[in-house]
Design a protein around this ligand. Sequence first.
Ligand code: ADP
Ligand code: MG
Length: 697
Amino acid sequence: MELDNDILYLKGVGPQRAQLLGRELSIFTYDDLLHFFPFRYVDRSVVSPIDQLDGSAQFVVFKGIIRSMRTTATSKHSERLNATLFDGTGTIDLVWFQGTKWVKEKLKPNIEYLVYGNVSWFNGEPQMAHPDIEPFSYDEERHNYLPVYNTTEKLKAAGLNPRGISRLVETLLAQIGNSIPETLPHYVLKASNLMPSSLSLRNIHFPTSPEMLEQAIHRQKFEELFFLQLDMQYRMTSRKRQSQGLVFATIGEHFNNFYTQKIPFELTGAQKRVIKEIRADMKSGRQMNRLLQGDVGSGKTLVALMSMLIALDNGCQACLMAPTEILASQHFATFSKMLDGLGITTELLTGSLRPSQKKEIKKRLAAGEVDLLIGTHALIEDSVNFKQLGLVVIDEQHRFGVEQRAKLWAKNGAVPPHILVMTATPIPRTLAMTLYGDLECSIIDELPPGRQPVKTTHATDAKRLVLFSFMQRQIAEGRQIYVVYPLINESESLDLKDLMDGYESISRSFPQPQYQLSIVHGKMSAEAKAYEMDRFKRGETHIMVSTTVIEVGVDVPNATVMVIENAERFGLSQLHQLRGRVGRGGGQSYCILMTKDHLSKNAAERIATMCATTDGFRIAEADMRLRGPGDIQGLQQSGILNLKVADIVNDEPLVTATRECVARILDADPTLAMPDNAPLRLHIASNANKPNWEQIS
Ligand code: ADP
Ligand code: MG
């Protein structure tokens, strides 16, 4: 089809520009260019007076007459042309370095011109290089919206400024004329009141009116979200039809012994429900792909452990992968303690083991002598082989890259292990729908009984003494305290200095031997960190001064105060994670957010949100709103949410609408065999080679 043509062949492109377009903007084909949308529009009917230029305006439109022209030779063969434009309020220099001869012939005195382009400042004077210029004529039919495209310095040097790109698009549209295919079924267009594809693409580049532009954008957003949903839902339906999984038919003595002998409390209703969901998945004969969401402290780890016991009961091994060594060691310690006396062999595999220790564990693992393996990234090394891996639990999912997960997937030969992904970062509904539409999702929406919400307050340095005496009272009551410093970039020595200064000031107010302090930061060795963590866990130290290494999963129920220094420098989800470290035991817990006096609007809102709620989902929504969806943790790297026009924060209704629309289509026609659905079948077929969640989740 013509749209697949190499961009090289478009009139006005050629080899050099083609290479640049590919490299700089990922435009390789006609279709890529057609879908390279303007990032904004300039209304040509809004003319700026020259004397109102204030240095901020980039792209402007002037209307005036040419007063004078002069050329200056710049080398033997080239010259510069300056023309002075006067609009009644002032003058501005228009400059050309190329094609001057042609411009000189074209420009006439006493004709009113419309001039548009980017203003730049040269020696304090405004000028406009290579503007677009055309005789002004009043014409209602003429579209006034001018597209502005993103471009780069390299492209500009090759003559492709925003205007140059728009000329290419113009050429393209003229050439492919009516041959732009419709990508959505006609009945969808009709039911959802959408513009046809070709009309919408024309209008998104060259709007004929504001209303048409709005409809064109709407149609493109719909299309984008629609296909995202189609990809996910189609995959999920076909996976349900085809993919085989290990069948865990029984619940045996491991699970039952643990349940009856080892759990000192009643499971929450949510925990019971989720375990049932997981159990149903694992005996269905299909592979489980489940996302387990639950706020910090909601008891996900226990659910994971019990799921792993089901795998053991069915003759399989299970593993749990954690994002840091501290967390992995902690899970290992918790599991070892909880499983004590049940005859289950549990091992810890991390990067800091000696090679001989690693080798030994791997040998026993391959021989089936290890039941549960807990570890970090070390688990995914090729040399780690299981005898029969039945379940993989991935903790704190957003810290793992896509390829890393793909490797675990392949660790059980032909039949993939069941996968349970746990995250304590609540995901807003729209994001979950868009991102995990093809994972089954379980939510633990209930905290264990007796938990009191963490009391959160905001304070500045003026309150430091009050804070210290509060901390002393808490310690006197037998409680422990975290003081956390931001370490945005572990290599930043400034951050480390903050931490050390803070540590010293705390040491002065909390002198030994009455008070014992621990310190943990990224520059310490793994053993030194583990040693300090252990002392704090055993209650030998009162205060843990640390960087964000304690962010996820650390569990010390006796710690009831979380002081976060420079809290304005943390993002909302990070603050929420940190706060989740306290409030895990029975007692009242506190979180104190220390900031400087003057906060940006955004930081003030983050702090206010934290003080107002402990609900992880509300915090996640606020986080997404404040940061914008592109910035949500892990999304950038995942490359999965690569939206061009739609935006899941502001287009929530469309996310829902497209999701329902796709669900109805697949319900009626699961294999997309109906003639009406031909465009959708085509889309699926052309995407067949792209990586997808089946390989990566
Ligand atoms: P998460 O992994 O979701 O952050 P954890 O599984 O670490 O939460 O649980 C937090 C704490 O709550 C642990 O100390 C755990 O033993 C305890 N806990 C878990 N489930 C319950 C329950 N049903 N009742 C009481 N305490 C529980
Ligand atoms: Mg946890």
